[in-house]
Design a protein around this ligand. Structure first.
Ligand SMILES: [Zn+2]
Ligand SMILES: [Zn+2]
Ligand SMILES: [Zn+2]
Length: 156
């Protein structure tokens, strides 16, 4: 019950966001946005399609992703999963830590890269302003590391 009212609230919020960006608040756009917003991690298009089945078909979801990307409300990020992931563009600045073995994703809150913006600009020929940066970190999660150790030991 609580989840449902939260969802309604989100949809109301995104209705405003879409209108402000000059986009119509279609049911598919509202559904995709609230699913991405409620997900702990950035979602793939396939992940969203699974969740919206059977209310919206695959073609509709892909078209919706295209529109939402154009609107700038969501952004595409590359987590080296061989498919794109999406998140709400103006949520709090953060980055991702990605396991190269199992794909686990964790948010990284502080990166310190803002401090480098002025340094980068000072050595730039053509730019006078940096507004955003994208940064993902790739490593091995604790559970993959542990399993690897066990495997390594048992194979000897
Ligand atoms: Zn993925
Ligand atoms: Zn892992
Ligand atoms: Zn950052």
């Amino acid at each position: 019950m609580a989840k449902k009212s939260n969802n309604l609230f989100l949809k109301e919020e995104f209705r405003g966001v879409l209108r402000k960006s000059g986009y119509k608040a279609t049911p598919a756009r509202l559904a995709v946005l609230s699913i991405i917003k409620q997900s702990k991690n950035p979602l793939s298009a396939q992940g969203v399609i699974e969740k919206l089945k059977p209310d919206f078909d695959q073609a509709t979801v892909y078209r919706t992703f295209k529109n939402l990307k154009e609107s700038g409300i969501i952004r595409q990020i590359d987590l080296r999963h061989n498919h794109a992931h999406y998140e709400i563009a103006n949520d709090k600045e953060h980055h991702h830590l990605v396991c190269i073995r199992c794909g686990r994703i964790e948010d990284v809150q502080k990166c310190g890269v803002e401090d480098m913006h002025s340094l980068i600009l000072r050595s730039s020929k053509y730019f006078s302003e940096i507004r955003q940066h994208a940064l993902e970190f790739y490593g091995i999660c604790k559970s993959c590391n542990k399993n690897y150790e066990i495997k390594k030991i048992s194979s000897h």
